[in-house]
Design a binder for this molecule. Structure first.
Ligand code: NAI
Ligand code: ENO
Length: 295
């Protein structure tokens, strides 16, 4: 058998993303010879052991990262810095520390003070997920055919960046390097704002009184249903994403609000051309996405 990418891979946080990565790494020996896990929740640790999706579950972060050549932080973005601070002193010289957080500038800013010069930090973000969370929600094919964006830190070595890219490619993902600020603006519009809108529209519907509210739920057509899928996502994860991509998200929300107001004005004044133009733009975007997927 060919050499695995890593001898020992440690996954910290065994929710949807961490458990999916662990499951993939356990499928064959291409990613790592040994997969070790640690989660702050004892319930999750017990469940991961029951599921048998790693070789070993450690009782502490310190124990989990010992002798690992790659450690992947798969915790909510607000927990990245404390979980990094707790393990960095125990990582072996030359090891790679990477993460999967949905925001990149805040994670880099908050982890950097704890970094050691003999470690390599490679921030990354697999753009793949579902509305479910926890170790039972993961599956080994989650990353197949999806992008993983890598946002290397300034002055970092290229070799660990290439290894993290190889890790995600072995999971079936396509990889691309990107500046962290660019990442956060792009994700604000394509992921964070849509989640914000989904949570909000469900709240708006829920606030309706009496009959209207019951009807919303009873006759929920596919448009509203599509929003409820996204709105079922984990509150802790999304609270952290919103608070850690504050600037870009607020900018996109302000732009959206302006555009929604322009639509309201067109409806009020019966501006058919404007309304049709907006709808056609939506259609074009959807069709181009489908073409990209089929290509
Ligand atoms: N859910 C999604 O669709 C995607 C999530 N992400 C990112 O991946 C990360 C993980 O998300 P999910 O797997 O969905 O979350 P999850 O809620 O399913 O799992 C997170 C796990 O981290 C553990 N945890 C929390 N704080 C910890 C700490 N200090 N030390 C050790 N373990 C800790 C929790 O007990 C939990 O088991 C987040 O940063 C999120 O932004 C990235 C891509 C997609
Ligand atoms: O389930 C969905 O619609 C998602 O958008 C999944 C997702 C959630 C968060 C990310 O940072 C990346 C992907």
């Amino acid at each position: 058998m060919t050499q695995p990418l890593f001898e020992r891979l440690t996954v910290i946080g065994l929710g949807l993303i961490g458990s999916s990565l662990a499951r993939r790494a356990m499928q064959d020996g291409s990613i790592a010879r040994e997969v070790v896990a640690y989660d702050a929740s004892p319930t999750v640790r017990t469940r991961v052991a029951e599921l048998g999706i790693v070789h070993r579950v450690a009782d502490t972060g310190q124990e989990a990262v010992q002798d690992a050549d790659c450690v992947v932080l798969c915790v909510p973005v607000g927990a990245m810095a404390p979980s990094a601070a707790a393990i960095i002193p125990y990582m072996r010289t030359g090891a790679i520390l990477t993460d999967v957080g949905s925001t990149k500038q805040s994670v880099i800013r908050e982890i950097q003070p704890f970094l050691r010069p003999d470690l390599h930090f490679v921030p990354a973000h697999p753009i793949a997920g579902t509305e479910y969370s926890g170790p039972d929600a993961g599956f080994s094919t989650l990353f197949e055919g999806r992008w993983t964006l890598i946002t290397p830190i300034e002055g970092g070595d290229p070799e660990p960046v290439a290894k993290v890219a190889a890790l995600w490619q072995l999971c079936g993902a396509m990889t691309r390097e990107m500046d962290a600020a660019h990442h956060d603006r792009a994700l604000a519009i394509v992921s964070h704002l849509p989640h914000l809108l989904a949570f909000t529209i469900c709240g708006t519907a829920d606030d309706l009184e009496g009959e209207s509210r019951n009807e919303v739920l009873q006759f929920a057509a596919s448009g509203f249903r599509d929003f409820t899928r996204i709105a079922a996502s984990d509150p802790t994860m999304w609270r952290d994403v919103f608070l850690n991509n504050r600037e870009a998200l607020l900018e996109m929300l302000a732009r959206f609000t302006e555009d929604a107001q322009a639509m309201a004005r067109a409806i009020r004044w019966g501006d058919e051309e404007f309304i049709v133009d907006r709808i056609e733009r939506g259609r074009r975007i959807r069709r181009s996405l489908i073409e990209i997927k089929q290509a």
